[in-house]
Design a protein around this ligand. Structure first.
Ligand SMILES: Nc1ncnc2c1ncn2[C@@H]1O[C@H](COP(=O)(O)OP(=O)(O)O)[C@@H](O)[C@H]1O
Ligand SMILES: [Mg+2]
Length: 511
């Protein structure tokens, strides 16, 4: 053995073959797409060519529970072996042998041992890679199984390139494609209805504010069969094979659901618009009311001067004036009084709209009695009969209802002035389960052609020469009735009196 060893001379050609072998196996191992079994089968055929006598050399690789042999392999005593170790564990072995009756029997040179060790080392690295790949594959298979078991279509999209990275079978169904693989080769915008692409792009590429599902979005799928289909989608940011990806969960929306969705959205938009308009109107109203209030308020002081100084003129300078002069001053005074009345009425109107409302049970009959008493006492000489139904009450604001009845009964009193016998009635009837109150008089009445105008500001059907007034009373009453949710209307025949009806709560529909 010693002699044989001593006679051995390293042969440069052989070293080159050994290096070639290592290089070839290294290349094989680097071929990422080859399955490990293929790599090992090829490696085992390469090894004999690196030996001194390739024609009588054989190789065997045991790997896990499988074995790979070169064509020439058979068991002999002349062999050298090395364990394949991965992660500190023996996972197999490499054996190189010379066949029986070989031309050059004897021990293997140290170089051959080194070669076999080096090959075993390379195979160890392959084994390690395979373990990692196995782990990854089983993880991927788990994910795939999970994705397939979802009740939704699922597509993973690269937000940068908008390409499909992965899809499940349900998604393929939704898109009208045979398999998920067909989906994965398409630019995903092609899959979406042209009108909805912006929305889809937004869903896919929007930077998520945090983890979790992003907002719902709806869009139409442009199916492979040319049909379009509404889907509801949610996106979530994730990592897919080391890259940022957006997961899009898709649900088909049935036609009727879609319509409901439209109606819901339209309703929402409509309500939003109504709310906005109402707010604008309220703001404008408030401004106008505030304006009316401050104007009427500020007019009072100059009016008081007109009244005061004209009084002084009459008292102290009457002798300087002739009859006509005194008459002019009287006219100035009566105009100022009228104006003061107007200002007072405007202020009252403005207060009616501005004050907070309270709701109590209000005894309307008692209020009417009080008003009747007061009116009679202002003109005790008038022959008047008040017919007031007892115990009429309503839910409302006591102060506002007092103002309303003041105006209505006050009008009745005013427009019956020329009757020899005044009759004013306050009572109630019922219609559709709702109480309707009324104030009726036997006065001059009015032409029903103008009945609607009565409740507008400053509208008067009678001349101030006959019946004084400002035309704000009924406007005030209407505002009060409005605030209670009720309705007011009038009925009259010229010269036969008038009846004013009102309710104090909203009509109940369906009754
Ligand atoms: N009871 C009534 N009978 C006849 N006409 C009425 C009656 N109440 C109101 N009106 C008509 O409606 C107009 C508006 O009433 P109102 O707003 O109270 O103003 P004013 O009492 O200051 O004239 C009156 O000028 C009158 O023409
Ligand atoms: Mg009036």
């Amino acid at each position: 053995v010693e002699d044989a060893h001593a006679s051995f001379r390293p042969d440069p050609e052989e070293r080159t073959r050994e290096l070639d072998c290592l290089y070839a196996i290294g290349r094989l191992a680097g071929e990422g797409h080859l399955p490990v079994s293929e790599i090992l089968q090829q490696a085992v055929e390469i090894i004999p060519h690196a030996c001194s006598h390739p024609e009588v050399s054989g190789a065997r690789i045991a790997f896990g529970d499988r074995e790979y042999r070169s064509d020439s392999f058979s068991e002999t005593a002349w062999k050298v072996a090395s364990d394949v170790v991965a992660g500190g564990v023996r996972v197999g072995a490499v054996e190189v042998c010379y066949l029986n009756g070989s031309v050059e029997p004897g021990p293997f040179s140290p170089e051959k041992r080194n070669l076999v060790n080096a090959i075993a080392g390379q195979l160890g690295r392959i084994a390690e890679r395979q373990r990692a790949e196995d782990a990854l594959h089983s993880l991927e298979r788990k994910y795939e199984a999970l994705a397939e078991s979802l009740p939704d279509g699922l597509v993973a999209i690269d937000p940068a390139t908008l390409t499909v990275l992965f899809a499940n079978g349900l998604a393929a169904d939704l898109f009208g494609l045979g398999s998920a693989d067909e989906l994965a080769v398409r630019p995903c915008l092609d899959l979406v209805h042209p009108d909805d692409r912006d929305r889809f792009r937004e869903l896919v590429s929007a930077d998520p504010a945090g983890a979790g599902l992003r907002e719902m979005s709806e869009f139409r799928i442009a199916r492979a069969d040319g049909k379009e289909m509404w889907t509801r989608a949610q996106g979530a940011r994730t990592e897919f094979k080391g890259k940022t990806a957006t997961l899009v969960f898709l649900k088909h929306i049935a036609e009727n659901e879609r319509v409901e969705e439209d109606i819901r959205r339209l309703n929402e938009e409509f309500e939003q618009r109504v709310a906005e308009r109402t707010m604008q109107l309220e703001a404008v109203n408030k401004e106008l009311e505030a304006f009316a209030y401050s104007v009427s308020h500020d007019l009072r002081a100059p009016l008081r001067s007109v009244e005061g100084f004209s009084q002084i003129l009459l008292d102290d300078y009457a002798s300087w004036l002739d009859t006509q002069g005194r008459d002019y001053i009287q006219r100035v005074r009566s105009a100022a009084r009228r104006m003061a009345q107007l200002v007072d009425d405007l202020l009252r109107f403005s207060r009616v709209t501005r004050t907070e409302m309270t709701r109590d049970t209000v005894d309307l009959s008692a209020i009417a009695e009080t008003i009747a008493g007061e009116l009679q006492s202002t003109q005790p000489e008038r022959k008047a009969e008040f017919v007031i139904a007892p115990n009429l009450s309503a839910q409302g604001d006591a102060h506002l209802l007092r103002v309303a009845l003041d105006n209505l009964i006050g009008n009745a009193w005013k427009f019956t002035r020329k009757r020899p016998q005044t009759r004013i009635e306050f009572g109630s009837t019922e219609a559709n389960g709702q109480v309707i109150f009324f104030v009726r008089d036997n006065g001059v009445g009015f032409d029903m052609a103008y009945a609607d105008k009565l409740f507008d500001g400053f509208q008067r059907l009678h001349s101030p020469a006959d019946y004084e007034g400002t035309g704000i009373g009924l406007t005030t009453v209407k505002r009060i009735i409005d605030r209670h949710g009720g309705r007011i209307w009038a009925d009259s025949t010229v010269d036969e009196g008038a009846t004013f009806y009102f309710t104090l709560s909203p009509e109940e529909s369906g009754k």
